[in-house]
Ligand binder design. Structure first.
Ligand code: ADP
Ligand code: MG
Length: 598
């Protein structure tokens, strides 16, 4: 836990100066605030003294009073008020700078970290939980940090100063506070201990709600098309009701703080007044009164200050405990090591598109019971056209993900262009192996912007050529703004088939040595699908093409077809061979031919 906090505090960086100065300003503010009642008491003392002299000598108060002393204390009070105001404002500004600055750095650090994550790192956290950690959790930490640097020195100092000055101004009577402090502190601590577990539960529930909101909003189209709004609303209502319930429980305990504090203030006032009056009345007529009225008023003010600072201390405590949960979750991400890193002396060029799977087995996580892939041996020559077919969950996507090292193998080796994929520079490898993922997305921006993801410096001609090969140009030309057409977030304003073709064009712009299409033409009509394959053969003859497909027609003219079953290779062969001897292939073929021959 200590390490987690230290890790988070590291992100203060260039805002350290603000974080250091905030408490200093707060010390100045609280010191002055504590001096004020003393000055006030002394000022009243001067008036009191003048009064006594005036009465004794039968002169007016104006003549009897020590004007110099009077002016001195008035000036001290005015000066103190201005200084305390300035220190308070500066402290507030500095605290805001330090905490927002820290939150900014922390967000950047997290973002950078997430960018370095491999697919398996992301699997571990889930994308929505990463979002919660980067938003809600950071805000919690930011608030706690701001409050802490303002209060962590101020509140205890206030308390210590107030106690000291209470003795200076009020003498022995200050012992009353010393007696009261532990009692009230104990009260607050009991409240915190009771409320804490409930607050923790509130945060857990928040997490659950955030995740469900995110899932629902990003999947809102599916929700609507399945008319699940009522169900989703009900689900959300339960989640938010639960939060309210837990909050009420926690607050029911916390509401005791203020009344207890008020009660303590009144009690200490009554005590001080009672004992004070007793002392003052008892001393009437004597020369040496153990307590004067100005002292009594100062004592009361210090009493309030001591109790207020006690409350602030307990508030910091609550904030910190709330923040600890967030800190833990953020540092979990910061501490996570990317599972896929660049090797030490990376190979900077992929010589050709040949691929070799040598006894490859793979599982998604160490805890996974079953291998997703087992004992694969595949040899693919550079420039070949390879089809992969197999039922859902048979391991097709897992297989191709190993080629560009989106995941690392658990056993065996994947060789690309004659070298183990682990020896390549990651960027070099991923530029050479262009994968159109099954769940591919477009980003908000124009079509041209999106295609340039493949190659930032692509010329208009290159874009046009790639789009033509992917059979995308034909529909882009029908848009009024053509390649400047704006794509909404997630590509929601183009059809599924159009999106797939744009994704293929984007992959082509990398001019890869290996092109992988993972079910990338599933939403494209058969005719266009055929045109894409023909143009790929014609336009990029030297690029190895790996096509995962559901339709036999998409791969029947491949040089070789891999039939996957249950994470293993069932058979490798050409269309004709498989049709003759492979049961799975025959079955798929028969159902598809019967359905209408697509
Ligand atoms: N990110 C993942 N984490 C854990 N298991 C996964 C993940 N992706 C796929 N799997 C599992 O691996 C197996 C193979 O999946 P996949 O390669 O996606 O199959 P296909 O692409 O042939 O439909 C399935 O059993 C699936 O549940
Ligand atoms: Mg798949």
């Amino acid at each position: 836990m200590k390490k987690d906090i230290a890790l988070i505090l590291k992100s203060v960086r260039e805002y350290k100066i603000y974080a250091i100065f905030t408490p200093i300003f707060m010390i100045v503010e609280s010191a002055i605030e504590c001096l004020m009642p003393l000055f006030m008491s002394r000022l009243l003392g001067v008036v009191d003294e003048g009064n006594t002299i005036a009465l004794a000598n039968g002169i007016s108060l104006a003549e009897a009073i020590d004007t110099n002393k009077l002016i001195l204390f008035i000036c001290l009070m005015v000066g103190g008020a201005i200084l305390s105001l300035a220190a308070g404002i500066l402290g507030g500004i500095f605290a805001a700078r330090a905490s927002t600055g820290m939150a900014k750095n922390l967000r950047m650090d997290l973002y950078k970290k997430v960018q370095s994550f491999s697919f398996s790192n992301i699997d571990k956290f889930s994308a929505s939980s990463l979002v919660t950690r980067m938003t809600t959790d950071i805000s919690t930490v930011q608030m706690a940090f701001q409050m802490t640097i303002r209060m962590v020195v101020r509140a205890p100092l206030m308390m210590i100063f107030s106690v000291i000055f209470a003795f200076v101004a009020g003498g022995q009577m200050a012992w009353i506070f010393i007696g009261l402090i532990p009692v009230i502190a104990l009260g607050f601590i009991i409240i915190m201990i009771l409320a804490m577990p409930t607050f923790r539960r509130v945060f857990k529930r928040y997490d659950a709600m955030n995740e469900s909101v995110e899932e629902n909003v990003s999947g809102i189209r599916v929700v609507k098309s399945y008319v699940r709004e009522e169900y989703e609303k009900e689900k959300f209502k339960t989640a938010s009701d639960n939060i309210a319930k837990e909050f009420i429980k926690a607050e029911r305990i916390v509401v005791w703080t203020n009344p207890i504090l008020n009660f303590a203030i009144h009690a200490s006032n009554v005590l001080i007044c009672a004992i004070g009056s007793y002392l003052i009345i008892g001393a009437i007529g004597q020369d040496n009164s153990p307590l004067t009225i100005p002292q009594l008023s100062a004592l009361q003010t210090y009493g309030v200050q001591i109790l207020m600072s006690l409350m602030f201390v307990s508030m910091i405590f609550v904030m910190l405990i709330m923040a600890l949960e967030a800190i833990k979750r953020i540092s979990e991400v910061l501490k996570e090591e990317p599972t896929i890193l660049n090797p030490e002396n990376p190979i900077m060029e992929v010589s050709d598109g040949s691929i070799n799977f040598d006894h490859v087995s793979f599982k998604y996580s160490l805890e996974a019971e079953k291998n997703a892939l087992e004992g694969l041996n595949i040899t693919i020559k550079s420039g070949e056209f390879v089809g992969i077919i197999g039922s859902t969950g048979s391991g097709k996507t897992s297989l191709v993900n190993l080629i560009s090292r989106l995941y690392d193998v658990s056993e065996g080796n994947v060789i690309v262009g004659g070298h183990n994929v682990k020896d390549y520079d990651l960027i070099t490898l991923r530029d050479a192996v262009s994968v159109v993922l099954q769940k591919n997305v477009l980003f908000s921006g124009t079509i041209a912007d999106n295609l340039r993801w493949g190659n930032l410096h692509a010329t208009d001609e290159e874009i046009l050529k790639a789009a033509k090969t992917a059979q995308a140009d034909e529909f882009v030309q029908t848009f009024p703004k053509k390649y400047d057409t704006y794509i909404e977030q997630g590509g929601s304003n183009v059809s599924g088939g159009q999106k797939q073709r744009l994704c293929i064009a984007r992959a082509l712009l990398k001019q890869p040595k290996i092109l992988v299409l993972d079910d990338s033409t599933s939403a494209v009509d058969t005719k266009t699908d055929k045109l894409i394959r023909e143009s790929l053969r014609k336009d990029i003859p030297n690029t190895t093409k790996i096509v995962i497909a559901q339709r036999i027609s998409s791969i029947e003219d491949a040089d070789k077809i891999i039939v996957m079953e249950n994470g293993k290779i069932n058979q490798i062969g050409t269309h004709a061979e498989l049709l003759k001897s492979n049961k799975i292939y025959q079955e798929v073929y028969n159902t598809q031919v019967r359905k209408g021959g697509n």
